[in-house]
Design a protein around this ligand. Structure first.
Ligand SMILES: CCCCCCCCCC/C=C/CC(=O)SCCNC(=O)CCNC(=O)[C@H](O)C(C)(C)COP(=O)(O)OP(=O)(O)OC[C@H]1O[C@@H](n2cnc3c(N)ncnc32)[C@H](O)[C@@H]1OP(=O)(O)O
Length: 289
């Protein structure tokens, strides 16, 4: 309830701000964790995640992301969105582990509902989505990129991308898996999911997790030129085609959303899974010291 009220407030405040800045020509709105700028080619917004240090998808970040997307969907002048990060070297570290560790079942259920919500919105968006992957992109970070219609990645071997859930002792849910299979094919997905592979850029390109690699300082300009090519296609035919390609995968989750929330909640609440997450968080901490 509290979250729904916050969401309504944010939407309202955001739309007031968006309108005022549009009058000034600045075309920019921001929540705390997501910045949206609509400068550049007509009809294109750039959405930047800014939840330092690693753009983990906390409940607040997911909510702000979903609201920003909803606002862009409602703005008929926007046809395409470039999704990128403001955190140096990190696209997104994926779902926030602290939302899935040491909390109660009601929190897990609420969190998962919001993860589903964002995924459904992104994956089925009518807008053209291009990701400008300017950093590490594990698990939920990879999921965001996979929702896009085209993925441009910085060719920096320090950055990796992939669904690494099995390394954490958790399991990618069926809809993560379905989208992976749709993108890289069954055999590659089967292997990468079991091994929790985090692909460096050259391998990510080879296997099809990303569509193009460019030097780091060219990621944004390339994303813009890709966007220009996609904008040249009539919206109605592109949207109908996208819908035809993606609907079955999205419907598969829509028809079992509640069961998926229950599955997640009971899985993540298990002592053994909490122990795995604890160990993984400790490993992240030790990496520093
Ligand atoms: C039967 C089937 C039922 C199905 C049920 C479903 C099961 C669950 C499915 C859930 C799916 C989950 C998908 C996910 O997204 S899980 C998250 C996976 N993410 C990762 O593995 C990334 C981990 N992070 C890193 O590898 C690195 O941090 C980095 C992103 C490469 C950045 O490295 P860095 O050296 O620049 O920064 P680092 O020092 O490691 O981190 C800085 C601080 O940030 C904290 N942190 C990092 N990642 C996360 C995260 N995902 N969530 C929360 N916090 C994170 C890190 O611990 C540091 O914190 P601190 O400064 O030490 O306090």
């Amino acid at each position: 309830m509290a979250l729904a009220a916050a969401r309504r407030l944010l939407l309202h405040a955001g739309s007031r701000l968006g309108r005022r800045e549009a009058v000034d020509g600045a075309r920019r709105f921001a929540n705390k964790r997501v910045l949206v700028e609509t400068e550049g080619p007509a009809g294109v917004a750039v959405m930047k995640l800014r939840n330092p240090p690693v753009n983990s998808l906390s409940l607040e970040c997911l909510t702000e992301f979903t609201i920003s997307l909803e606002k862009l969907e409602n703005d008929k002048s926007i046809r395409g969105v470039i999704l990128t990060s403001e955190c140096p070297g990190i696209f997104s570290a994926g779902l926030d582990l602290l939302e899935m560790y040491g909390r109660n079942p009601a929190h897990y259920a609420e969190y998962w509902k919001n993860v589903q919500e964002l995924w459904l919105r992104l994956y089925t968006s009518n807008m053209i989505l291009v990701s400008a992957i300017n950093g590490a992109s594990p698990a939920g970070g990879c999921l965001l990129a996979l929702c896009c219609d085209y993925r441009v990645m910085a060719d920096n071997p320090k950055y990796t991308i992939g669904l690494n859930e099995s390394l954490l002792g958790i399991v990618a849910p069926f809809w993560f898996k379905d989208m992976y299979v749709n993108t890289i094919g069954h055999r590659e997905a089967e292997r990468a999911l079991q091994l929790g592979t985090l692909f460096p850029p050259a391998e990510a390109l080879k296997v099809g997790v990303v569509d193009e690699l460019v030097p780091e300082d060219k990621v944004h300009s390339k994303a813009r030129s890709v966007m220009a090519k996609w904008l040249a296609i009539p919206d109605h035919s592109r949207q109908l085609t996208k819908n035809m390609m993606r609907k079955a995968t999205a419907d598969n989750l829509i028809k079992q959303r509640e069961a998926d929330i229950q599955n997640f909640t009971s899985f993540i609440s298990k002592d053994s899974i909490q122990k795995s997450l604890h160990m993984y968080l400790e490993k992240l901490k030790q990496k520093k010291g």
